[in-house]
Write a protein that binds this ligand. Structure first.
Ligand SMILES: [Zn+2]
Ligand SMILES: [Zn+2]
Length: 287
């Protein structure tokens, strides 16, 4: 096959890949939005992490930016296809080549690699020289909705979609393993932006809660910008001391059924004041 033929084949595959990703985004972000922000909005009031509610303008912006990102994910998918046709990737067929146990291990490896990739690219995009160009778009929502899951600038969409290429180059995977990985990442991503805490009050004191992130974790990143950079696991943030100082207290407040401990209430009030001062990041780069 000539280079031109490969390029044409990859270009033809781009729309299908974008549409596939868009379908999962629409189903999961739509379901989370309906569940938290429409049907159970009042019933789950005590589980709300931020007191700010989203305007229809914000939701429209989050959806439009996400649709643009989905188009870019299709282009990244085309790049993966070209790499595969040139034999640069580690894709294998059939599943029996490495067996079912490895098939499941490969999905775990994808998640672990994505977690590390996200933490470090995310921290880099918070550098003041890169923030405006790469990451400011995602932080336009200080109290995001599930629709913000893919609300990225074009450059950040390439960085975020790039994990698909990194995985294909780094890990032997069966192409079908992308689907469960993709479903895991969009589900976690949507819940991270849902604005409501879904875990029980005891979660952070449990071994799994010390290891996994919660919606409160990412909500605090959108409020404060300078902590909580990690995605799935609370490993990199804990290890490198970048967890939000009041993470446990804010989690407690969102899960205590409105009976927030006094300590948490005082912390939130002082944080609100400090938050305005902690956000010049955004204002200074937009000025
Ligand atoms: Zn976010
Ligand atoms: Zn960020």
């Amino acid at each position: 096959m000539t280079t031109t033929e490969k390029l044409i084949k990859a270009l033809k595959a781009v729309p299908g890949m974008s549409v596939g990703d868009a379908m999962w985004y629409a189903i999961l972000a739509g379901a989370a939005y309906l569940f938290f922000h429409v049907v159970f909005k009042s019933a789950l009031r005590h589980r709300r992490i931020s007191s700010k509610s989203a305007s229809s303008r914000q939701i429209r912006r989050e959806i439009l930016h996400s649709v643009r990102s989905l188009a870019i994910f299709g282009v990244v998918g085309g790049m993966i296809y070209i790499a595969a046709m040139n034999g640069w990737t580690q894709f294998y067929q059939p599943i029996d080549k490495h067996g079912w146990p490895y098939y499941f291990v490969s999905i775990v490896l994808m998640v672990v690699l994505h977690d590390a990739y996200f933490y470090w690219t995310h921290r880099l995009m918070h550098h003041r020289r890169l923030f405006k160009l790469f990451h400011r778009t995602h932080h336009l929502s200080t109290s995001p909705t599930p629709w913000a899951a893919y609300a990225f600038s074009p450059l950040e969409a390439f960085v975020q979609g790039g994990i698909g290429l990194v995985i294909a180059l780094a890990i032997p995977i069966h192409p079908s393993a992308y689907l469960p990985f993709m479903l895991w990442q969009i589900t976690f991503n949507v819940l991270g932006h849902c604005g409501y805490e879904i875990f029980p009050n005891s979660f952070l004191r449990s071994p799994i809660g010390k290891f996994m992130n919660s919606p409160t974790h990412h909500a605090l990143h959108h409020e404060n910008f300078r902590s909580n950079y990690s995605l799935y696991f609370n490993v990199w943030d804990r290890w490198l001391g970048t967890n939000h100082a009041s993470y446990e207290e804010r989690f407690d407040r969102a899960t205590s059924g409105g009976r927030a401990p006094l300590r948490a209430t005082i912390t939130i009030a002082s944080e609100r004041l400090a938050g305005e001062a902690a956000r010049p990041d955004l204002e200074s780069v937009t000025a």
